[in-house]
Design a protein around this ligand. Sequence first.
Ligand code: NAD
Ligand code: UD2
Length: 309
Amino acid sequence: MAHYLVTGGCGFIGSHLADALLGDGHAVTILDDLSTGRLENKPARAELVVGDVADADAVRHAMDGVDGVFHLAAVASVQRSKELWAETHRTNVGGAVTVFEVARTIRDGASVPVIYASSAAVYGDNPNTPLGEDCVPQPRSAYGVDKLGCELHARVAWEIHNVPTVGFRFFNVYGPRQDPLSPYSGVISIFARRVARGEEVEIHGDGEQVRDFVYVGDVVRFLMASMRKRPQGAAVYNLCTGRPTSILMLLDVLQELCGKKARRLHRTARPGDIRVSIGDPAKARAAYGLTCRTGLLEGLGATVSWAVL
Ligand code: NAD
Ligand code: UD2
């Protein structure tokens, strides 16, 4: 049994990870400021430290005695990073650097390994899909720039300070517990609830923009496998399916699943919105012998069942 810190563990992905770690018999501490996370997401057996991931004292307190860190706390919305540029930067880069810094100093003699969330947003709007990890990053949002910054700091963490890290470039993650009520949330969580309730949905632009939607249960399997393998170095992997889905296709599948038709409100495209985002999953598959196996129908089924509760 090991003891892990999950930053952002009251959020969407972090709470699923915390559940799975506890299910495997590990002890879990969560550090979360509850800005978008929810207390009801916290597994009963996890210890919660309420605090800011960019505050070194809070991170030191939460990291005391742990064997590894999953760093997921961030302002997770591209849209919000436009509105709250400096604040997002402080959390998204400042938080990661603080975690790396404490990971190198908290234990005598050995650093604590850190698995962290990067993002497909580092690629920007690159039409050469599927995107492999060796594509030149060209982020188009403050969020994407900050996630790239995390990867660069992770390299420093390993090369200069001996802190082993693995960064996963999550593509569009979806599943139960992704907040359906926040306008800053993922499109699937918003659409799933609205279609299930017979409410209208907003399509930004023509709806032909494409995403690589990955189910949260698959993300958790990769995160856990990477910690089990004992990170060495500063690796970065895509976490994706390699399968494209347009926003209009997504809406069709959801309508089919719910047996309802939603009224479509057409809105102008979001400024800076990515047209096509599809990842190449080969490198992560080779490293961990895993694939994102949950099909869209299965994953959407689970999401809709949760959304109508
Ligand atoms: P989320 O908003 O549900 O979870 C983020 C958690 O971090 C929340 O619980 C929030 O309260 C906490 N948090 C935010 N700022 C904090 C701070 N300053 N100090 C402490 N806690 C703080 O989002 P999520 O979708 O679960 O995202 C988890 C991670 O995955 C993030 O790093 C995000 O950038 C990354 N990511 C998510 C997606 C996606 O599609 N959901 C895609 C790419 C990357
Ligand atoms: C997602 C992640 C982000 C980042 C990025 C990786 C969320 C909220 N954001 O940004 O963390 O890692 O992927 O590239 O999970 N849309 C509509 N109607 C709606 C909502 C959205 O048409 O009501 C469109 C939106 O304009 C975009 C697409 O759906 O074209 C996906 O939007 P999103 O906010 O779910 O995710 P994205 O790709 O901007």
